[in-house]
Design a protein around this ligand. Sequence first.
Ligand SMILES: C[S@@+](CC[C@H](N)C(=O)[O-])C[C@H]1O[C@@H](n2cnc3c(N)ncnc32)[C@H](O)[C@@H]1O
Length: 292
Amino acid sequence: MSKSDSKPLRRDLSVEETRAELQRHFANHKGSNYADGWAALWAKGDFLPWDRLAPSPALADTLINHADVVGHAIVDHDGETLRKHALVPGCGRGVDVLLLQSFGYDVVGLEYSPDAIKACEDFAKEHAEDYPVHDEKIGKGSIRFVQGDFYAGDWLEKTGFEKDAKFDLIYDYTFFCAMEPRLRPAWAKRMSELLRHSPQANLICLEFPTNKPAAAGGPPFASPPKAYMEHLSHPGQEVKYDAEGNVRINPLAPSSPGALERVGHWHPADTHTIGKNADGKVEDYIAIWRHH
Ligand SMILES: C[S@@+](CC[C@H](N)C(=O)[O-])C[C@H]1O[C@@H](n2cnc3c(N)ncnc32)[C@H](O)[C@@H]1O
C-alpha cells in the first residue's frame, strides 16, 4: 500500500451504515456549500467509501468491447493524427483518468477538492506502471489534474487545451449520483456545453444506483436511467419529481435546445461490486450520449 492510500477507509461498514454516515455528514453541507462537504471528506481522508483504488471495470469494458460505438483515442484527419480529449469530472483519486490515458486519450481529471488533486498526483506517480499502454499503435495520452468547480468555467483555462475547450469523451462515474438533485439541471447543461458537437464525441454515464429508492435520499442519490434521460433531454431546465423524489417523465415532450441523444444503453459485462445485486448480477447501466 502506498503513501497516498494508506489511511484506513472504514471498509468494515455495511452499505447501509456507509450511506447513513454520508447522510449525517452532508446534513451539515446542504445548499451552496455542498461541494465543500466533499472537500471536507478529502481533507480528513479517513472516510472515502466511494474510493475503490482501481478503475471502473465498466469503463474498461466499454472501451474494449464497445469501440464500435465509442471509437478509439486517435483519429486520422488529412494525414494528421489527432488525439481525443477526455474529461473525468469529480475524478476522485484519478483512477479512471489513468485508465483513459493508457487507452491513448489526453485526459483532464477535474476535482473540487485540493486534497483529492494531491491524492491524484501522488497516486499517478506511484501507480504509473499499473496502467500500461493498451495498444502500442495508439500509444499513451497525457494527464492533467485540475482543481475547480464543474459548474464554473474558470478551470478550463488550466486544462492546457484551448480556452473554449470541448471534450471528445466525458466519463461520469458516481458524479451525477453525488450531486444534490437540485443541481441536476445545471449538471446536464454543463455536460451539454462541454461535449464537442461531433458524431465522434461521447458522454459516457455509468448509471448508479439504479435501484435505490429515491425516498432514501443520498448521496448517492437514486439515479435510474430515466433521470439521466429526462435531464439530458432538457439541459438547464427544471424536471418534475414526485413527493418521494422519483423523476416524472413525459416521454412525448420534445427535447430542448442543447439536448443530448442516447445512442447506446446496456449493462456492462462487469462493474464495481457496489453496482451488482446479491447474486452478482450487474445492475449498473452504461449510457452513451451525443449531440444531435
Ligand atoms: C462520489 S465521489 C466519486 C469520485 C470518483 N468518480 C470515483 O469514482 O472514485 C464524487 C467526487 O466529486 C467531487 N466533486 C463534488 N462536487 C464537485 C464539483 N462541483 N466540481 C468538481 N468535483 C466535485 C468530490 O470531491 C468527489 O471526489
